[in-house]
Design a protein around this ligand. Structure first.
Ligand SMILES: [Zn+2]
Length: 144
């Protein structure tokens, strides 16, 4: 079955089964979890090359989404010096709670996890971030 055929088939199927939505799909999945996993593992084993491609594609997409989100979050003035810099000059300073991961490398994490981590941070420019860190280490005195 080609992609177009499959799409057409699914359209017909949905017409025949009205009211079958995400909740039902989820329930079916939960009932047949093992079967689904077995089926997927089998397919993965039978065409590893194809699935490597799928994995790469989804990885690329996730990285893109994460980068876009990051750029949107970092597109604001620095909290310390109030100046606006290009996105690449902005850092997240973890100030609350325990740091679980670095937000800039967090494409593996879900948007909600990223948001939770983001709430522990303040947005500062890289210069102010260095100054903050140096103050924390209390190695030298830095005037304001
Ligand atoms: Zn700054």
């Amino acid at each position: 079955m080609t992609r177009t055929e499959k799409r057409e088939y699914m359209r017909q199927w949905r017409k025949k089964h009205p009211g079958y939505g995400a909740a039902q799909k989820r329930a079916w999945y939960l009932r047949n979890k093992e079967r689904v996993h077995e089926y997927n593992a089998e397919r993965r084993k039978n065409s590893p090359k194809l699935h490597r491609q799928y994995d790469q594609r989804s990885m690329r997409r996730r990285k893109e989404v994460a980068r876009e989100w990051l750029h949107k979050e970092k597109n604001a003035p620095c909290l310390d010096c109030r100046k606006k810099y290009p996105v690449i000059c902005m850092d997240f300073d973890h100030v609350r709670g325990r740091k679980l991961f670095t937000l800039s490398h967090a494409w593996r994490f879900s948007p909600s996890e990223r948001l939770k981590e983001r709430k522990k941070c303040e947005l500062v420019c890289s210069n102010c971030h260095r100054i903050r860190e140096e103050r924390r280490r209390a190695r030298i005195y830095l005037p304001v």
